[in-house]
Write a protein that binds this ligand. Structure first.
Ligand code: SAH
Ligand code: SF4
Ligand code: F3S
Length: 439
């Protein structure tokens, strides 16, 4: 047998890209590629990219620039761009950076094996279709080794919401849900390989409506059925849209033991005027009422969110409404971004808020969100949590893992607890992790 060819994949953007990168590596595995940890040793480099904000998209070109010396040292090195920048810019990437051999969108990477053969023969390969066939059903069957205790599982892709600022409906296409039986099979396979916690992924995961036994299943039904998989201990899902939070999914937070008490539910703004301009199709009040209902089902829920400041037309009063909403709701964790104008989206047509104002608002919002985050972390001290230990910690004898609330927790613990869930008392709260003691 010939030497395995070496593949280096670098992933940007959301968890769906993390999932896709694993699938791409498996697809190329069937062509004799083995994954390596650095670009220097690779025969092929794949950048799995993100287009969500300008900075994210520009990263790709600076990364490609850094790869030029590698290509000069090894003219046989193949370089590919995958993901959402590939979808949005297509051939333009090869024009701007001629050393790129391959461009593949998020919906066509099951075709990577033939594309790899093409580039190995010295040709260029480009595929940014939205094909009819389901890529997941067309991926080559790969050998599946043991793996860590947590995994992502994409159940839904694409978005029909068309928020005025967002590229996702254009880069990922329309909403599609995967059939439930395949997902249950994949969950079983993951558990056999050592997985204890699965995070169900979708750009709009709670809009899931896949074909299941006896008709269409919503996300709650899928979660309840997956919870029956023996050996699977924890289920999470992300990212959700407030308008798709159906009653049964809210109820599941109260009565499905394996569903973890953590919910990422972005609101983006607290101003009704801005929410309308963003095409979010709900008001701040409706969001607050929704959170109350979910917390009634699961009082200890840790809530996470996304915010955009400086959306076109945002006044100081609009921004203050966002601050007020954050004060009212209370987040354990959150992401906040300065609005980034994306070509082709409706909001890009409107005059922007000046950069200094946006930066200053972002600082104020982040100060408030951090304060809330640390208050929640501090409130964990003295409490007992269940930690799924994933890997060695920084200090000898330490393991690190996640609590139900997705807090990183480290504790002195024996190696045989790696991949297991153990009861831990939190004794200290630090910036990025909690310190615990085994009970
Ligand atoms: N489907 C998810 C995630 C979308 S992208 C959702 O609807 O929540 C993740 C986050 O990036 C968004 O929630 C939003 O806060 C942010 N985002 C998207 N487009 C952006 C833009 N043009 N500028 C700044 N932030 C943006
Ligand atoms: Fe983008 Fe809105 Fe769709 Fe989320 S719901 S992916 S923010 S268009
Ligand atoms: Fe980025 Fe595409 Fe995900 S734009 S956030 S990688 S869906």
């Amino acid at each position: 047998m010939s030497e395995p060819k070496k593949l280096f994949v670098k992933t940007y953007g959301c968890q769906m890209n993390v999932y896709d990168s694993e699938r791409m590596a498996e697809a190329l595995g069937s062509e004799g590629y083995e994954q390596v940890g650095t670009a220097e040793e690779a025969d092929m480099i794949l950048l799995n990219t993100c287009h969500i904000r300008e900075k994210a998209a520009e990263k790709v070109y600076s990364e490609l620039g850094r790869m030029r010396p590698l290509r000069e040292a090894n003219p046989d090195l193949k370089i590919g761009v995958a993901g959402c920048v590939a979808q949005a810019e297509g051939e333009e990437i090869m024009n701007r950076q001629p050393m790129v051999d391959l461009v593949v969108g998020p919906q066509t990477y099951h075709r990577l094996p033939e594309m790899a053969r093409k580039v190995e023969a010295g040709e260029k390969a480009l595929d940014t279709d939205f094909p009819e066939e389901d890529k997941f059903a067309h991926l080559p069957k790969a050998r599946k080794p043991k793996r860590g205790p947590t995994a992502f599982l994409t159940v839904q892709e694409g978005c029909d919401k068309f928020c005025a600022f967002c590229v996702v409906p254009y880069t990922r296409g329309a909403e599609v849900s995967r059939p439930a039986d395949r997902l249950l099979r994949e969950a079983n396979e993951l558990v056999e390989r050592g997985v204890r916690e699965i995070t169900l992924l979708g750009q709009n995961v709670n809009a899931y409506h896949g074909q299941g036994d006896g008709g269409e299943w919503g996300l709650a039904k899928l979660i309840r059925e997956m919870a029956k998989v023996d050996g699977l201990e924890r289920i999470r899902f992300t990212t959700s849209h407030p308008n798709d939070m159906e009653d049964d999914l809210i109820a599941a937070h109260g009565d499905c033991e394996k569903l973890m008490p953590y919910l990422h539910l972005p609101v983006q703004s607290g101003s009704d005027k801005i929410l309308k301009a963003m095409n979010r199709k709900h008001t701040a009040e409706e969001y607050i009422r929704l959170i109350e209902r979910i917390r009634a089902a699961r009082p200890d829920l840790l809530l996470s969110g996304d915010f955009i400041v400086g959306f076109p037309g945002e006044t100081e009063a609009d921004f203050q409404a966002t601050m007020d909403l954050v004060e009212t709701v209370g987040y354990g964790q959150a992401y906040s971004f300065k609005y980034s104008s994306r070509p082709g989206t409706p909001a890009a047509e409107k005059p922007p808020v000046d950069d200094a104002t946006s930066s200053e608002r972002l600082q104020r919002l982040q100060a408030l969100l951090s304060k809330q985050q640390y208050a929640v972390q501090d409130s964990m001290v003295g409490r007992e949590v269940q930690v799924l230990f994933e890997k060695d910690g920084r200090l000898p004898g330490q393991l690190i893992g996640k609590s139900e609330y997705l807090h990183a927790v480290h504790a002195l613990a024996p190696q045989n607890l790696k991949g297991e869930i153990a009861k831990v008392r939190i004794v200290e709260s630090a910036k990025n992790s909690l310190k615990g003691e085994l009970i």
